[in-house]
Write a protein that binds this ligand. Structure first.
Ligand SMILES: Cc1cc2nc3c(=O)[nH]c(=O)nc-3n(C[C@H](O)[C@H](O)[C@H](O)COP(=O)(O)OP(=O)(O)OC[C@H]3O[C@@H](n4cnc5c(N)ncnc54)[C@H](O)[C@@H]3O)c2cc1C
Length: 400
């Protein structure tokens, strides 16, 4: 098969990972980014890798396939990714939650994943910063964190070293469509034609696709984050409170099946449930985040920040005593059925989508890049042989 020359739209973790993977397979790549590389959600997230949050599902399969790629990735990219497989803990507040979490642990073990239920004494022995008032914790050993800037820029560097052209500061004004085919992109400097366009524009993917009358169901889901001053202690794990009293299984992202374009999060969930706490190498705590559908608004609010601090302080009380250095809000590219869009766009040729990773794009970048490169090159890599590419095919929403 003759490999197409590819234009990638978007220089977040997904666009850069796709560019790097395509280059490694001999494809000619040009990546166009409106602002700076890593200036979207990829530079605004919680840095968590949390593969053990879900029941047996496609999302879990995808996350686990990906999890196998991380330990060697830094070496492959020639970058210290600050990848820490620290394990994660979910703090349990009540007896009711304890019973639910016992079922969660049994469920994890039934699908071959290790997990432990710890009483408060054991939980605090392992993680002294935990609140003594909690009932206990679940320990999930596959949790961890990575530096998302180093991951994104590491992919960018590898792509550039392989011969990709990376052009930050280049806005795509629209896709160029001839009949049923996308033949390139329109920039302020004119049209750039390509054999194939890969759309990795995160929360902006829907509006870019719409310029060529291609309808895709990506909706921005805003989340705020808080960074504290360096803490005078080191966390040994990444930490989370339980997300919902009604469905504690959903302590990471809920995955509701809703119609495209309709944000499907449980309206009864408080806006900030689903928190996470991680620590940077320098000791700062990275805490967040909230969940709101407010279009492309990237402004944090005092209420949201307060909510984050109060909620995470119920897990690590010291959060309340640390000074806040910085806050921001970022936009997760949310898709109603909870699975990313990886593959041919609906209704046109010449356009491949690599978007819709919602709150897991850092986590899922390595495996997503391989799936997209498989689609572009027509080859099947062995990274996730058990995963069917068809499950992520954006055409599943066609006509919806
Ligand atoms: C608060 C928050 C917390 C999160 N926590 C985690 C976490 O702990 N773990 C995890 O795995 N994930 C997390 N995520 C999700 C993760 O950050 C995203 O899934 C991921 O970054 C998406 O990457 P992307 O490359 O698709 O999008 P983005 O990083 O948003 O990149 C898209 C890029 O496209 C560019 N672009 C847009 N339009 C155009 C145009 N017209 N022309 C040219 N360029 C364009 C943008 O400038 C942007 O740089 C979190 C997200 C948020 C907001």
């Amino acid at each position: 098969m003759r490999l197409p020359d590819v234009v990638v739209v978007g220089g977040g973790v997904i666009g850069c990972a796709v560019a790097s993977e395509l280059i490694s397979r001999g494809v000619t790549v040009r990546l166009l980014e409106r602002a700076a590389l890593c200036s979207g959600a990829s530079g605004a997230n919680g840095s968590l890798i949390w593969p053990q949050a879900m029941k047996r599902s496609l999302s879990l399969e995808l996350t686990l396939a990906n999890f196998r790629l991380f330990p060697t990735l830094g070496e492959e990219l020639g970058v210290d990714l600050a990848y820490r497989r620290s394990g994660g803990m979910v703090a349990i507040a009540t007896d009711e939650q304890w019973d639910e979490m016992r079922r969660y642990v049994d469920g994890q073990q039934a699908v071959g994943l290790p997990a432990e239920l710890l009483d408060v004494t054991e939980a605090r022995r392992r993680e002294p910063a935990l609140n003594p008032a909690i009932r206990g914790a679940v320990f999930a050993p596959y949790g961890g964190s990575v530096n998302p800037f180093r991951l994104t820029l590491g992919y960018a560097r590898a792509a550039r070293a392989g011969g990709a052209e990376l052009l930050p500061g280049t806005e795509i004004l629209g896709l160029v469509r001839r009949g049923d085919r996308i033949v390139g992109v329109r920039t302020p400097a004119g049209e750039q034609h390509a054999g194939l366009v890969v759309l990795a524009a995160g929360s902006w993917s829907t509006s870019v696709a719409a310029t060529a009358d291609v309808r895709i169901p990506v909706v921005p889901r805003q989340g705020m984050m808080v960074v504290t001053e360096p803490a005078p202690f080191r966390l040994r794990h990444v930490l989370k409170p339980i997300k919902s009293d009604r469905d504690p299984w959903a302590f990471s992202q809920p995955w509701p099946a809703e119609s495209p374009g309709t944000p499907g999060y449980d309206p009864n969930l408080p806006p900030g449930k689903g928190m996470g706490i991680s620590q940077t190498e320098a000791g700062n705590l990275l805490v967040g985040s909230t969940s709101r559908f407010v279009g492309l608004d990237r402004m944090p609010t005092p209420d949201g920040i307060r909510y984050i601090v109060e909620h995470t302080a119920s897990v690590v009380p010291a959060v309340r005593t640390l000074r806040v250095l910085r806050t921001w809000a970022g936009l997760r590219p949310y898709v109603p059925d909870g699975l990313p869009l990886l593959g041919p766009a609906p209704g046109v040729d010449g356009l491949v989508l690599a978007t819709g990773h919602d709150g897991s794009g850092v986590n899922l970048a390595p495996v997503s890049a391989k799936i997209v490169a498989d689609v572009v090159t027509g080859a099947k890599s062995d990274v996730a042989p058990q995963l069917s590419i068809a499950s992520f095919d954006p055409r599943r929403f066609e006509g919806a």
